[in-house]
Ligand binder design. Sequence first.
Ligand SMILES: Cc1cc2nc3c(=O)[nH]c(=O)nc-3n(C[C@H](O)[C@H](O)[C@H](O)COP(=O)(O)OP(=O)(O)OC[C@H]3O[C@@H](n4cnc5c(N)ncnc54)[C@H](O)[C@@H]3O)c2cc1C
Length: 621
Amino acid sequence: MTNLILDERDQKFVLFEMLEVDNLCEKPRYEEFSTELFDMILAEAQKLAVNEVFPTLVDGDREGCRLEEGQVYVPKSFHRCYKLYCEGGWGAMTYPQDVGGQGLPYVMSVAAKDWFVHNFAFLAYPGLSEGAAHLIETYGTEEQKKRYFEKMVTGEWAGTMCLTEPNAGSDVGSLSTKAMRRPDGTYRLQGTKIFITAGDHDLTENIIHPVLARIEGDPPGTKGVSIFLVPKYLVNDDGSLGRKNDFEVAKIEEKMGIHGSSTCLLNFGDNGDCYAELLGEEQQGMKIMFQMMNEARIAVGIQGESSASLAYLHALQYAKERLQGSSITQFKDPQAPRVPIIQHPDVRRMLLWMKSNVESMRALLYYASLCVDREMSEEDEVQKEKWLGILEVLTPICKAYVSDIGFRVTETAIQVYGGYGYCSEYPVEQIMRDEKIASIYEGTSGIQALDLVGRKLPRKNGASFMALLGEIGKTVKKYKEVNNLADLAGHVQDAANTLGEMGLFFAQSAGEGNFLLPVCNAYPFLMMMGKVIAGWLLLWQAGVAKEKLDPLAGEKGVDQSDPAAWKQFISGSKDAAFYAGKMAGARYFIKNVLPEVEATAAAIKSKDMSVMEIAEESFAS
Ligand SMILES: Cc1cc2nc3c(=O)[nH]c(=O)nc-3n(C[C@H](O)[C@H](O)[C@H](O)COP(=O)(O)OP(=O)(O)OC[C@H]3O[C@@H](n4cnc5c(N)ncnc54)[C@H](O)[C@@H]3O)c2cc1C
């Protein structure tokens, strides 16, 4: 089957030529790995994704999930995928080997998952289980690890995350699910959770739900929230399954997309007997759940990037095959031959916009993931803190910028297809429907923007934000004297300076008591920051590509100033075409998209407060 999931050449370029992740193998933590092993893992992931996971994408959408007598059933084809996924150990890549994992660097696990995420309706099942298992690994007692963790790592049992309630969406601290203490140290839960992904299904015999609830008498707000493990079936001391716990799936949501993912409304404790065990300590629920939420935020970013990649590769293939109209150079000649639409300037514009966004988002996600490994493998505390800080600052960008731009890429793919793209006979409308949720769950884009401006920019008195700007500065310095790149490096530096000024402007505004200014402009700022980071990463890629392309051209004696010779060289060498494509994508983005940063900065600096000044009565008559 043809691979239209992601460009494996680009993936390897980002991992090995740009980020040089194989350097991690020199660290004691990862010394048993090698580039060959990494290559092998990616090849296996690609095989499983292309041959097994991708073909179930449409099934998941058409068949969806069904609820029958309290039990949820997933699309039939997901069962085989799930079995193969678990047998391959894909859900346990980063766990230590002594608990059945492979101990892989996080960035490599993200790259491997990048092959599966395009079918998010499927991946949600093992993905959430992995996150829930990780919570138990970090915060569970030895008994809980033995009882739940081991079976969750293998995929025998699944997991979820249960936060949302009808009146507690973004404002999780308003939750009203209650926990009642029992003399034996366990608890009983009562309440309703809505929108729970993988809340029930028939892929595993048991599901362990981490549930946020408030113990009776504990304070209101996030401070009073605790987290509990609530198994679908209670587990006996010998590991066998006991009675069904007292909670029910009241319904599965009818959604716009990801139909193969069961989004459940769960009623806990209607009969007063919903068994629950505390995870960690009382009133530490939000802190504990944040571990899972941070991992999930990166995972949702990968969903945005992966959907965009899938949509882009489909649109590209279509644009090369669909004949319509004649070449612009022959527009007066009705007899001129029909050409593939990729020859039309406006279609090329859309494709290049998609390409540069997809490739910069992939680089961003992998870079942020590499920060996790750097933080974990560094011994020096200052370095550790630096990488952790950059990761923290990048997390809302990975989540919100990538899910929003990812959505726009999927929408642009429909535009490339024209009317056919709007019809369900073609795949791109599903890709767009499936992707939309990424900017909503795990904290909406608006909430991510507040997190960026309110918590991440001021982190360590701005040191983490400055460390990121410092990394951008290093790339600019490297390429600012290089022929063909100096101009681009200058634009990236200007944009980064503007970003830094905006950070100071927000700090000053808040210092002067005008905190509403940064709050009102948090989302534009987040998107502006995403563009600066994308421009930086594309400049970096162009630099690496040029270092490879120049010697290739030199070997063939190609005169780079001769367009005909250059064209012939590019069409005759896959490598040359790839590297030239990287340079073209960077140039396009930095020249055509990055200037939007200055416009956003000017708008923010105008201190216009229309959004707060307009009366609610004036929004519509
Ligand atoms: C398909 C799907 C799967 C999901 N999976 C899960 C899951 O597995 N587990 C789980 O617990 N939840 C899950 N959710 C719930 C999801 O996380 C919430 O829908 C999301 O957090 C938003 O909450 P809400 O829908 O109540 O919207 P609201 O919180 O009501 O937000 C509505 C709008 O108001 C904005 N807003 C709200 N508060 C503020 C504020 N203080 N400042 C600025 N803007 C604000 C939001 O950005 C948004 O634009 C899922 C939802 C869906 C649709």
